[in-house]
Design a protein around this ligand. Structure first.
Ligand SMILES: Cc1cc2nc3c(=O)[nH]c(=O)nc-3n(C[C@H](O)[C@H](O)[C@H](O)COP(=O)(O)OP(=O)(O)OC[C@H]3O[C@@H](n4cnc5c(N)ncnc54)[C@H](O)[C@@H]3O)c2cc1C
Length: 596
C-alpha cells in the first residue's frame, strides 16, 4: 500500500509548523482496502463478541481464548505480523481501525490488545528469525496467546527497578528466572510470556517464557473494578528454567523493548478510546431519544444536548489526533526498504520518532473516554447505575485506561520531557521558535496579528499564538531551572496539558481545512463547528494554565512582565460556544451517533 500524500513531519513537529500548513492523514483518506478491514473488524465484534457480553463478563472458562482464536481465523490477530511469518504485514491505519472496532467491549479489547500489541510486537520488532518462525505464525492464527510481563509488586511506573533476576545455569544451556510479576493481562490462559528480568541482577533484559516452563506458576485471577471478563494474574518465577536461546533482543537492552512496545500500546489505546467514546455516544443518544421526562424526550433538554455536543466534539478531536499519527507511522514505514537488513531497527526508530504523539493521544484519549463514559452514565440517570444497562459496565471499563500503558502522570512527564530533550540536542528546532518569540516580544507592535484569510482563520491564529506562548513559557522554565526542570513536575504537567490541547487544536484545524478544500464549507459544517468549539475552549485553557504556571515559578517583579508577554499572544474573541454546541448536538442526535 502506498504512503498517503501527507507531510512527513518529525515527532513533536506540530509545535513548530504554522497551523494548517501541513497535510495530515485523516479518516476521510481511508483507502478501499482499509475500509474493508474496518468492515471485517466491525462485523466480527458485532457478530461474535457483542452477543456474548454477559458470558465474557462472567469469565466463562475458555470463552476469551475461543474468541481470540476466531479473530485469528479472520485475520485480525495477524494484521501487524509480517507476511513471511503468517501475518498480513498490514499498515498501522488498518490496525487502528481494528482496535477501534474492538473497543466496544472493554474486556475483549484489552485481551485482544494485549495479545496483538504488547504480547506479539516484542517478537515482531526484536525477535531473531528463528524466534519469529517458531512463534509468530501461531500468534497470528491464535493457536498461541501472548502476554507481556513487566510490572512487579515493587516496580510499576519505575519499571527499570524490577527485581526479577536471571542467571545462567551452570552448564550454560539455560536461564533461570526468579521473581514475581503483577497484573499480567491474559496470564490466565496465555501460552507465551515476554518477561523482563535483570541478568545477574543488573542488565535489564527480555525473555521468552512458555507457559509450561518449569518453575513458572500463574497466580489467581484478580477481582477488578472493570474489564472483568479479561484475565489479570500475577506470575511467580522460582528458578524458572528456559532455553538459553530465549533471550529476546540484546542482553541489557530490555528497556528498548519495554518502552518501544509501550509506545505502540499508547497510540493504540488512544484509538481504542475513540471507539469507546463513539460507542458511549451511540448509547447515550439512543437512551436520550427514548427517555421522556416533563412530557418530552430528554434529548430535547439543552443540558443533555450540551453533554452530547461536547462528547461528539472531543471524539472528533481525539480521532483527528490518532489517525494523523497512524498516517505518520505508515508514511514513515513506507520509507523503509523491507529487504534492508536493518529493517526491524528502522521500524522501531520510526515508532520512537512519534513517542510524543503516542503519549499525547494516550492521555487525551483515556481522559475524554473517562469523562464521556461518566457523562453518558449521567444521561441515563438512575438506569446508568444499574447493571442491566450497558453504560454501567462501559463506565467501569473506561477507568483502567488512565492507569496502564504508563499512567497518565508518567505520560504527562514524557511529553514535555521528550520535547525538551529533542530541542536541546537539536533534533527538534524548538530553539528557533523560541528565538523568533524573543524577537517579537522585544518589539510587540510588530507582531503580525492579522487573521489569515479563508476558513478557520481566527482558529489558526489562536493555535499559532498558543504555540508561541508555550515556547516562551517552556524557555523561561529551562532558563530558571536548567537541568532541574525534570524535577519540576507541576510545571511539566502544565506544559504537557498545553501541548496536548495544542496538538488537538492543530489536528482538528488541519483536518477541517482539508475537508473544506475537498467538500466546501457547506459540506463540512459539523467539523467546522466542532473545531471552532474545541479551539475556543482549548485556547482559553492553554493561556489560563500558562499564567498559573508563571504565578508558581516567577518572583513578583518578573511575574508582571512575563504575564504581559504571555498575554501578548492571547486574543479575547467572541465565540458563541453555546450555539455551536447545540448545532453539533442536534446533528448527532438526528444521526443517532457520531457523524460528521
Ligand atoms: C487491569 C490491569 C492490567 C494490566 N496489565 C499489565 C500487563 O499486561 N503487563 C504489565 O506488565 N503490567 C500490566 N499492568 C500494570 C500497569 O501497567 C501498572 O499498574 C501501571 O504501570 C502503574 O504501576 P503501579 O500500579 O505500580 O503504580 P505506581 O507506579 O506505584 O503509581 C502509583 C501512582 O503514583 C504515580 N506515580 C508513580 N511514579 C510517579 C512519578 N515519577 N511522578 C509522578 N507520579 C508518579 C502514578 O502515576 C500513580 O498515580 C496492568 C494493570 C492493571 C490494573
Amino acid at each position: 500500500m502506498g504512503a498517503p500524500p501527507i507531510t512527513l513531519s518529525p515527532g513533536g513537529g506540530f509545535l513548530l509548523e504554522p497551523t494548517g500548513s501541513v497535510t495530515i492523514f485523516t479518516p476521510e483518506m481511508l483507502t478501499d482496502e482499509q475500509r474493508m478491514m474496518k468492515e471485517t473488524a466491525d462485523d466480527f465484534v458485532l457478530g461474535e463478541v457483542m452477543p456474548r457480553v454477559a458470558e465474557i463478563e462472567a469469565k466463562k472458562p475458555g470463552l476469551m481464548r475461543e474468541l481470540l482464536q476466531k479473530a485469528g481465523g479472520v485475520g485480525l490477530l495477524g494484521h501487524d505480523v509480517p507476511e513471511a511469518y503468517g501475518g498480513l504485514g498490514g499498515d498501522k491505519t488498518s490496525s487502528s481501525l481494528i482496535t477501534e472496532a474492538a473497543s466496544r467491549q472493554g474486556s475483549y479489547a484489552v485481551s485482544f490488545g494485549a495479545h496483538v500489541g504488547i504480547g506479539t510486537m516484542p517478537l515482531v520488532h526484536f525477535g531473531t528469525p528463528a524466534q519469529r518462525e517458531k512463534y509468530l505464525p501461531k500468534l497470528a492464527s491464535g493457536e498461541m496467546i501472548a502476554a507481556y510481563a513487566l510490572t512487579e509488586p515493587g516496580s510499576g511506573s519505575d519499571a527499570l527497578a524490577a527485581k526479577t533476576k536471571a542467571v545462567k545455569s551452570a552448564d550454560g544451556k539455560s536461564w533461570k528466572l526468579t521473581g514475581s510479576k503483577l497484573y499480567i493481562t491474559n496470564a490466565g490462559f496465555a501460552d507465551l510470556f515476554t518477561i523482563f528480568a535483570k541478568v545477574d541482577g543488573e542488565q535489564f533484559t527480555a525473555f521468552l517464557v512458555e507457559r509450561g516452563a518449569p518453575g513458572l506458576t500463574i497466580g489467581p485471577e484478580e477481582h477488578k473494578l472493570g474489564i472483568r471478563g479479561s484475565s489479570t494474574c500475577p506470575l511467580f518465577l522460582e528458578d524458572c528454567t528456559i532455553p538459553i536461546e530465549n533471550v529476546l533482543g540484546t542482553i541489557g537492552q530490555g528497556h528498548k523493548i519495554a518502552f518501544n512496545v509501550l509506545n505502540i500500546g499508547r497510540w493504540k489505546l488512544g484509538i481504542g478510546a475513540v471507539g469507546g467514546a463513539k460507542y458511549c455516544l451511540e448509547l447515550g443518544i439512543k437512551f436520550a431519544r427514548e427517555r421522556k421526562q416533563f412530557g418530552k424526550p430528554i434529548s430535547d433538554f439543552d443540558l443533555i444536548r450540551k453533554k452530547i455536543g461536547d462528547i461528539a466534539t472531543q471524539t472528533f478531536v481525539a480521532e483527528s489526533m490518532a489517525f494523523r499519527t497512524a498516517g505518520l507511522l505508515d508514511a514513515r514505514a513506507a520509507t523503509i526498504d523491507p529487504n534492508d537488513p536493518q529493517v526491524q531497527k528502522k521500524q522501531v526508530d520510526a515508532i520512537e520518532e512519534h513517542s510524543i504523539e503516542a503519549s499525547i493521544i494516550k492521555v487525551f484519549g483515556s481522559e475524554i473516554l473517562h469523562a464521556t463514559a461518566d457523562e453518558t452514565l449521567q444521561i441515563f440517570g438512575g438506569a446508568g447505575y444499574i447493571e442491566d444497562y450497558p453504560i454501567e459496565r462501559v463506565s467501569r471499563d473506561a477507568r483502567i485506561n488512565r492507569i496502564f500503558e504508563g499512567t497518565n502522570e508518567i505520560n504527562r512527564l514524557l511529553v514535555p520531557g521528550t520535547m525538551l530533550k529533542r530541542a536541546l540536542t537539536g533534533r527538534l528546532a524548538l530553539m528557533k521558535l523560541v528565538g523568533e518569540v524573543q524577537q517579537e516580544l522585544a518589539d510587540p507592535i510588530k507582531i503580525d496579528r492579522r487573521v489569515p484569510d479563508g476558513p478557520l482563520g481566527r482558529e489558526r491564529k489562536k493555535c499559532d499564538f498558543a504555540k508561541r506562548a508555550i515556547a516562551y513559557a517552556a524557555s523561561l522554565g529551562v532558563q530558571k531551572y536548567m537541568q532541574q526542570i525534570s524535577e519540576k513536575q507541576e510545571l511539566l504537567g502544565v506544559l504537557a496539558d498545553a501541548l496536548i490541547l495544542t496538538f488537538g487544536m492543530d489536528s482538528a484545524i488541519s483536518r477541517t481545512l482539508q475537508l473544506i478544500a475537498a467538500k466546501g464549507e457547506a459540506g463540512s459544517q459539523i467539523p467546522l463547528y466542532m473545531t471552532q468549539l474545541f479551539v475556543a475552549n482549548a485556547h482559553e485553557r492553554v493561556f489560563e494554565m500558562l499564567r498559573e504556571m508563571l504565578m508558581w515559578m516567577s518572583q513578583d517583579e518578573e511575574w508582571g512582565r512575563e504575564v504581559r508577554d504571555i498575554n501578548t499572544y492571547y486574543s479575547l474573541d467572541r465565540v458563541n460556544t453555546f450555539s455551536l454546541r447545540r448545532k453539533i448536538a442536534r446533528h448527532v442526535i438526528e444521526a443517532g451517533g457520531y457523524a460528521l
